[in-house]
Design a protein around this ligand. Sequence first.
Ligand code: PXP
Length: 236
Amino acid sequence: MLLGVNIDHVATLRNARGGIAPDVIEAAVVCEKAGADAITVHLREDRRHIKDADVEELKKILYVRLNLEMAATEEMQKIALRLLPENCCIVPEKRQELTTEGGLDVAGQLDKLTAFVKPLVDAGIVVSLFIDPSREQVAAAEKTGAQYIELHTGRYSEAFGTPTEEAEFQKLKDAADYASILGLGVNAGHGLTYENVHRMKEIQCLNELNIGHNIIAKALFDGLDIAVKEMKELIK
Ligand code: PXP
């Protein structure tokens, strides 16, 4: 399984003092050297962590894929079409949320998302839609022309170690298997940790995990290089 490292929270720390440290670009290079298969950044509408200049610079210097997470807005579509990241993950966005709270309602906005995805795919970008693990959303995602889904693992992560873990895990497995039958590539992420990530290996068709917060948290104590290497080892 591949690992996309989300470095948003390196930018969160940088922005806390409005300066240039810690350097987001240096962090990306360390992740890349430690074996990250992609670098993921979420350019939010309010630019609370990653800024436009970060995305521009990352696109120039990375050897691995740049995965740009973004809302389905005209502004973000323009940025993606100008910078041409290898991957775009379309996420819902609410200004007040602490982090991405739920998956996209693809079924409820099929026409809008189909029109949004097409120019990106035509430009050569591999597009994924971040959805909750439900067959209805998977089937809708397939209709948009996006090549991938990213399954929201937040509920599984919260349920890990509790009586509802198995039910949440089975929802992920079922949605992933169904997507695979429909010919979609399957990624997953959100809330995954060193403790709960191992179960993702039970889902055979998973291609890539996008993990951020827990890797950056570990990096504070052990260093970013070790944090990335250990996660890579766990999902091998
Ligand atoms: N995937 C998506 C679509 C996300 O929005 C996020 C959080 O930005 C992640 C993965 C990574 O989540 P976490 O930081 O909890 O590992």
